[in-house]
Design a protein. Structure first.
Length: 253
């Protein structure tokens, strides 16, 4: 399928199909069981869509949600879009084969990172609800790009309102524990508490070495966890609030 051909939209919410040639066969599965959310991270929507449709760039996604709420489909859901890159979750490393990818138009951290408009979030929520319902995707398999690629990515970021999706029955979330004083762990520390932190992050699905040493990878994974689940402060430090929120998240699944 090239950019001159077309296909019927999988979701009735898609206003338009703009074909991207950047896709392939899913490997090891015919039915994706994950939904991964991104932001476009480019100055304009036009640049982002052109990038996602360029054969030279070799990237794509299934859907783009514009700031005004308009939804465009680029790749059929049955096909493997190229949105996650080098990534992993719960032991799986071919996240592209396992997932549907939604790009949300937002310039991202490198270009000011404005709030997501309400109309856009309404559209993302409706589209995500449609996808997870049709494909029977479990709540804890609705993830951020930063969750599956914590060393490389930070999207859709700490301003993304996961709680709105959660209230609509999309995604796994617990109430964030408030930030308080108390013991915290950070890069360079080691010991059994660090090993327990790493094990708990790994239990939830993050790719993190269980070494008992708070290394750079552990810091990046803690920061990714905070961007999604403890957004009050994103600093890569495992404070009491982060630890308690992580424990509650694991316990509630």
């Amino acid at each position: 399928m090239d950019a001159s051909s077309t296909f019927p939209a999988d979701s009735p919410l898609a206003a338009e199909v703009l074909v991207s040639p950047n896709h392939g066969e899913r490997v090891g599965t015919l039915l994706p069981d994950m939904l991964v959310l991104h932001y476009t991270g480019m100055p304009s929507a036009e640049e982002a869509v052109a990038w996602l449709r360029s054969p030279e760039k070799a990237v794509s996604c299934h859907y783009v949600v514009h700031e005004d709420g308009r939804i465009v489909q680029l790749v059929p859901e049955a096909r493997r879009a190229w949105h996650a890159g080098a990534s992993s979750w719960a032991g799986a490393t071919d996240i592209n084969s396992l997932s549907i990818g939604i790009e949300i138009v937002n310039p991202g951290h490198d270009f000011g990172y404005p709030p997501f408009p309400a109309r856009q979030i309404e559209a993302v929520t409706a589209l995500a609800k449609d996808i997870v319902t049709r494909l029977a995707i479990n709540p804890d398999r609705v993830l951020a790009h930063s969750d599956v690629a914590p060393l490389r990515k930070q999207d859709p970021g700490e301003k993304f309102p996961w709680e709105i999706l959660h209230r609509a029955g999309i995604g796994h979330l617990v109430e964030e524990e408030p930030i308080t004083d108390g013991r915290y762990f950070m890069r360079g520390e080691s010991g059994q508490p660090i090993e327990a932190l790493q094990a708990m992050l790994g239990f939830y699905g993050y790719q993190v070495p269980i070494t008992g040493t708070f290394c750079g990878t552990t810091e990046a994974v803690v920061r990714a966890f905070q961007r999604h689940f403890r957004r009050q402060r994103v600093d890569g430090v495992a404070d009491v609030s982060t630890l308690a929120t992580l424990y509650a998240l694991c316990a509630s699944r």
